[in-house]
Ligand binder design. Sequence first.
Ligand code: SF4
Length: 700
Amino acid sequence: MPHPGTGTRTTETHCPYCSLQCGVTMTAGDRPATLVPADFPTNRGGLCSKGWSAPELLDHPERLTRPLVRADPADRTSPLVESTWDVALDRVVAAITRTQREHGRDAVGCFGGGGLTNEQAYQFGKFARVALRTSAIDYNGRFCMSSAAGAAIRAFGLDRGMPFPLADIAEADVVVLVGSNPADTMPPAMQYFDAGRERGAEHVVIDPRRTSTARNASLHVQPLPGTDLALANGLLHIALAEGLVDEAYVAERTTGFADVRAGVAGYWPDRVERLTGVPVEQQRRIVLALARARRAIVLTARGAEQHRSGTDTAQAWINLALALGLPGRAGSGWATVTGQGNGQGGREHGQKADQLPGYRKITDPAARAHVAGVWGVDPDDLPGPGRSAFELLDALGTEGGVRTLLVLASNVAVSAPDARRVVSRLRDLDFLAVSDFFLSETAELADVVLPSAMWAEEEGTMTNLEGRVIRRRKAMDPPTGVRDDLQLLAELAGRLGVTGFSGDAETVFTELGRASAGGTADYSGITYRRLDDEQGLFWPVPSADHPGTPRLFTERFATPDGRARFWRVEHVDAHEQPDAEYPYVLTTGRVLAQYQSGTQTRRSRSLQLIAPTPRAELHPDLARSLGVGPDDVVELATRRGRARFHALVTDAVRPDVVFAPFHWGGGSSANALTDPALDPTSRMPAFKVCAVAVSRVGGP
Ligand code: SF4
């Protein structure tokens, strides 16, 4: 809305960061842009420090506004120098053409991100399959949501992270959070938890750290990282032993319980206490609370899911929820708390190695025929599934691997596990092109860096943690020389001689809707006009007169027989166990004032004041035994590398566990330490557990 005489206008849009996608009102024009929180259904006027600080970066002095290319294109170590779009795109197209001619189509790869809009994610998947005809595409959501998604599809036939509105949390009598810390990751969401607690609801937090969320809970239990599956199986064992299973629900709405019943028989409470460290009486308290509640919700997040057994761990919590009759019951259920801003939409529209738009399997002949029809290509010309994110990165530059890579909205040099190995693979490439706002650690390694538009400068849609599709609206023009990734992909496709790619977000969204029609994530009844009028719509929305679907599974699940599937799962020890050389357990996670790989938030002046340095958390007993004092510099060492942090000595962590935040690169890269052992189903790396040694290397 323009403000006559002032040169400014206000625009309703959303914070660029996490999956809560808080509504904001931006004022932009002849002064630096500002924002205030909006009364949107998710944040209801709330905003966290990350959201407040977001406008700072729009005119940040380090913002990229011109393409960068290597001074000597034949020398990847020559300096990056400013250039023109023509020169930069010529080099990208020449590299693609040369690589595919010499090494085949799959030698060119694409790597996307959960921060891309739905339109960008869709166009990136189409670009890979139609313009490049490569199977080599995956994205950083593989490191984020893939385990929960795999379990949800297996159990319910469909993955919408939260199959009910966020506001249901305020109405629940019991909420169990497993490896989830919304008080730090998405503070405005706490209003729903707070409202529940004020009504007397019981909240249980299961987390090796006493996080801000745990401090406010009725009960906090601190299992050893990597044992959540055993705990969930143990709780189901108790539910069976005490006759708390909802047998009628199990009989009517599920299949496969007999096998799970047999599977959990061996998870005796005292054995589970030995495995997890959670006392028997706490186990019983959690089960009784869940079983007796009128409305009960189980939420899992990355703490439970980023493991070699992440899919099975999420499944174990789903098994428990199903046995207690929660999914599909009013105000109850299981959900996963999505992390990235478009973590949900990012996995629905075809930038995943194994999927096509509409959240369809790329191996499904009917899905291939439908999507190929929308794209105007022969289904037989569509590539098959490609490698998962870490496997794609780990094969860079090798025989049979990708040799030319295009990266959008992802900083894998910081966010991938075993990050130094990934950096070395990136150096092995013949050619790397990166589109980003800033010179990220990944962009620093590129042959060509393309400056991309930021959130307030582009149109599009995002899908939040509830599956609510919302509008990202353009509040201002990008700086001269900066392009939206949609335009970039359309331009690249054109230069490769391929038609059918638009740089206009609404045009792409309309096509995305057609491509998704009939899939589980069906957007075909959504238009920009409807999103404007209705404050977003929950998918599926299969027709123009469909009201959207805030609550899933009320009548049937999305499986062929309409029943949810139990799936027997067993505890396996983490890939790495502490030993004499690496005697402690390292777990990683986020802090309040940073986001993901920190490409943006580490450049924010106001956020730097809150979280200026990466700090590793050590229990006082451990610190004492190692001679570490507050703020001393400690070195963490694993089988993959070393990294240094200032010590935060706190009894919030278990004495046998060290916590490190993963937002930093360089000498404080937590992911230089993490274990890339992969979940066999989701291909999720084991970010949350590895064996570590700790030593003091300096004073404060
Ligand atoms: Fe809201 Fe998340 Fe942005 Fe914070 S980071 S303002 S919780 S969308």
